[in-house]
Write a protein that binds this ligand. Structure first.
Ligand SMILES: CC(=O)SCCNC(=O)CCNC(=O)[C@H](O)C(C)(C)COP(=O)(O)OP(=O)(O)OC[C@H]1O[C@@H](n2cnc3c(N)ncnc32)[C@H](O)[C@@H]1OP(=O)(O)O
Ligand SMILES: O=C([O-])CC(=O)C(=O)O
Ligand SMILES: [Mg+2]
Length: 294
């Protein structure tokens, strides 16, 4: 895991008010959208607005991500030409279908960096995987570039692509969620879950986020400021989890002194994988405590 992104708030790139407020809701990352939240007639205006926001607004510790348009559109090069010099933290290319897509985007970004004297490689990538082919190639995508810091499942487009019915429970995307988690972890990058699109159903959102965290996702996209706090809470280790993780490490240290590989704690066996999970919990808790989100 390269960093902590519990919540990623999508902000339509053509909405000055939402862009201005994007960083006040406590999301770890903000995704300025130039793609599906922006109609074709507004693409130019949105690009300028997002560029100006990147250049002039202080987002503090909030990571600034820009979702560009897909390679199949006439917009993606203009998006990068305008956005890269404004210094976003991450570019999110949508509808990524394989490593070729990443190579094309990366080489275009590198060209802009070279022309403009921008330090090479600082801007990261989080590919959005939202088609059957993309899911099949998730690992290939996740390792296609050193810039990749996470991969992100887009449940809405994916469901359209596979001809499934989108449900709140999400059985239709369960397999794809697992594939994204496995590919991300195998590649050593973070796994980001699809947003929950019913803005008013906060109970359903929490259940969906709990499921995602339980599956191994590191964080979840959100489309509403009202979802940020819930998602942050679900992806933050609880006091009980932290306390238990500490006790696991203490019990293991005692066991080691006594020359035992496996020890028992509260009647349960503690061995290497349980210790590894305890360390992950404590690492996330420490990182959050220190305010070092990435
Ligand atoms: C499948 C996909 O591709 S998802 C990714 C693309 N989609 C997006 O980016 C959509 C982002 N979200 C939105 O545009 C909006 O939340 C909507 C359209 C879904 C709902 O909008 P509303 O009905 O206005 O929501 P709501 O009533 O909860 O808004 C409350 C306040 O939060 C603001 N707000 C709502 N969503 C956002 C957001 N994503 N970012 C920042 N501010 C927001 C509203 O402007 C409003 O502010 P105000 O009280 O000062 O007027
Ligand atoms: O925008 C998102 O967060 C996800 C997305 O594109 C999709 O689900 O198709
Ligand atoms: Mg999509």
């Amino acid at each position: 895991m390269k960093g902590i992104r519990r919540s990623l708030l999508f902000v339509p790139g053509n909405s000055p008010g939402m862009i201005l407020n994007g960083c006040i809701f406590g999301a770890d990352s903000v995704v300025f959208d130039l793609e599906d939240a922006v109609s074709t007639g507004e693409k130019d205006a949105a690009r300028i607005l997002v560029r100006n926001a990147l250049k002039t607004l202080d987002y503090g510790n909030t990571e600034r991500i820009v979702r560009i348009n897909s390679l199949k559109t006439p917009y993606w090069m203009d998006d990068l030409n305008m956005i890269i010099p404004a210094g976003p933290d991450v570019i999110m290319p949508p509808k990524v279908q394989g490593d070729e897509d990443i190579h094309r985007i990366e080489s275009y970004i590198s060209g802009i960096e070279k022309d403009r004297g921008i330090p090479a490689g600082r801007i990261k990538l989080i590919p959005l995987i939202e088609s059957a082919l993309g899911v099949e190639k998730a690992f290939e995508i996740a390792v296609a570039s050193k810039r990749i810091t996470g991969i992100f499942l887009g449940g809405e487009d994916l469901t359209a692509d596979i001809g499934a019915k989108r449900t709140k429970k999400g059985d239709e995307i369960f397999y794809s969620r697992s594939r994204i988690v496995i590919a991300a972890k195998a590649a050593g990058v973070s796994a980001i879950d699809t947003p929950y699109t019913d803005v008013n159903d906060e109970e359903g959102l929490i259940q969906d986020a709990v499921l995602a965290r339980g599956m191994g996702f590191n964080g979840k996209a959100v489309i509403s400021p009202r979802h940020v706090e819930h998602v942050n809470r679900v992806f933050t280790p609880t006091e009980e989890e932290i306390e238990y993780a500490r006790r696991v490490l203490e019990a293991t240290a005692r066991g080691e002194k006594e020359g035992k590989g496996a020890v028992s704690l509260d009647g349960k066996m503690i061995d290497a994988p349980i210790v590894a999970r305890a360390k992950q919990i404590l690492e996330i808790a420490e990182t959050l405590k220190g305010g070092r989100l990435r």
